[in-house]
Structure formats: C-alpha cells, structure tokens
Design a binder for this molecule. Sequence first.
Ligand SMILES: Cc1ncc(COP(=O)(O)O)c(C=O)c1O
Length: 344
Amino acid sequence: MNKKALNWAELGFQYVKTDYRFTAFHENGEWGEGQLVSDENISIHEGAPSLHYAQQCFEGMKAQTAEDGRVLLFRPKLNCERMNRTAPRLLMPEVPEALFLNAIEETVRANYAWIPPYGSGASLYIRPMLIGVGENLGLNPAPEYEFRVFVSPVGPYYKEAGLAVISLAVSEIDRAAPNGTGSFKAGANYAGGLLATRKAKELGANEALYLDAAEHRYIDEAGSANIIIASKDGKLLTPASNAILPSITRRSIMELAAKSLNMETEERPIDLRAEFANFDEAGACGTAAVLSPVGKIWFDDDWHNIYQDGQTVGPIMQKLYDLLVGIQKGEISDNFDWLHEIEI
Ligand SMILES: Cc1ncc(COP(=O)(O)O)c(C=O)c1O
C-alpha cells in the first residue's frame, strides 16, 4: 500500500484531512456498532448540549510506524480508561473498551496511507471524542451521544522539532478548581485556557504553566502537558494535584525513571518559588508534547532560567526521552508491555 506524498518532515501539529473516520451512536441507552464514514463534517442539532453546555470530552494518542513496518499504539487501554472516567463526570455513557479499540484500529487501518513512515519524525495523531447530541435546551444531559475517532498526521507540537528546549509562563488565570473538572479530559477545561495560552505566547513563552488555584504556590501543569522535575538531589519529581490531567506519558516516564534509571521518584506538591533553586532539569510531557525540556519559566515578572538560554537538553531529560520514544517506535524492547500493534 502506498503512502501519501506528504512532506512528513515539515508537518506541524495541525489538522490534515484523511480519508476515513469512525462514528458510533448511543441511542435509547445502547451503543450501536458504528462504522467508517468519509465525511469530516458532523451534522448536529442546534440545541445539542455539547454545543451549549460543553457536554463533551476527548482523548489524544498516537500511532507510530516501527522500522519493520509494524504500526504501534502506546497504552491505548489507558486512554479508554481515562475517557470512561471523564464520561460519567459529565453524565455521559461510558464507551465499551471493545468499541473504543475497534474504532481506533479501524480508523488507523483505513487511513494507512496517512501514517507517517518510520524515521520521518512525524506520527499519526488519533482523536477519540464523545459528544452530547440531540436536542436538550434545558440544563440536562443529552438524549443521544456520538463517539467519533478521526486521525491526522502530525509533526512536533512545539515548533522546534525533536528535543528543543521550550519555555513556560506562569498564568494568572486559573485552569481548574481543586474539586472541579481539571483531572478530566473535558473540552471545557481547554476553552478556559485559550486566553492563558495567548498571554503566555505574548510573553514569548511556548505555553502557560498553571499553579494550584487555591494558593498559587504549587505547580499544577502546563496547558497541554504535565510537568516533571529532575531535582539537584537526584530525584524525579512530579506534582501531586487533583486538578491536573493524569497524563499517560507522565505515568510512563515516572516508571521508566524508577525502573530503568533507578531514580528515586516522588509525586508530591511542588512549591514553585520555594523549590525552584533545587530544579536541575524540567520537562513538559504528554502525547503531543512527548517530552519537551523546559529551559526557563516566567513568574513574578521575570524569567527564571533552569537551563542557560540556548543550552541543549540536560542528561536526565535526554535519557528519559530516548527511553520513551525508543519504546514508542519499537526501537527498544518493550519490557513493560506498553505497545499495542495494529494488524494492517
Ligand atoms: C491538560 C493536559 N495535561 C496533560 C496531558 C498529557 O496527557 P497524556 O500524556 O495522556 O497525553 C494532556 C494531553 O496530552 C493535556 O491536555
């Protein structure tokens, strides 16, 4: 099967229309089997709760091509688990694991020509989404739901390819309240963050960094990635917070640090100002961000350097990146059983 003649190395993180998407409906309390369709447009009732009250959620994952041509997903069952944690929070029906995985496999397979080849630096981003459809003007859950999966070949999330150092700016706008929806992948969290991202970019940063909403002291997360810190006393730290999205990438990196690098790891509240001097390296991690080293952070009206300006990535982030990406691309043996191969 031939691949599309795309300039894979030039791709950014943007939507590219592919040939097929999968759609399934939940009606009268039951999921239909679903099917592949070619129309990228969704026809939706103007009174749908997903449009008015943000009764919708989504997931994000990637498929990669290994050197031997295998098409690999990374821990997709955890994305299903997370969607099924978010759905009941928003009074939406759970998506059965078999439907979730089948939808992803069928969509990836049908769009084989769009899966970036091994070594191109690009991957196939997969976006599962669950939306409340049908009419309900009152503030009540939708009568019906659509589960849809589409894919798009993507390059690096931040402009610079590979392991370029990024910067973050602490946001004065909060992302999520302590007992709000921050730990769920609800689209509403992201609408509220658009302004924070814009302000961070105006300051010259790649992304916003959120501190906890109650005290503005502890690191929560970046706009679309969790945070990890390599401390000067040799530990890998990551914030404990019930307002951040539990990142599958972070969970994997923490495990790699502990088991493959024998590092001591700690998930605990991290006071940005009090502990900054103990930061040796920092990184933003997620499906889209992969592991992007953080070189400097803007807070209290100034830039605070972690890496000296222009410095390339430090050794811990480099090792963690190599391990993570090596497993995801099938280059390093998958001792953790994290890969899920799609039969083409
Ligand atoms: C707010 C937020 N935090 C963290 C992450 C990282 O999560 P994951 O590693 O599961 O992609 C994402 C998504 O990529 C996100 O949107």
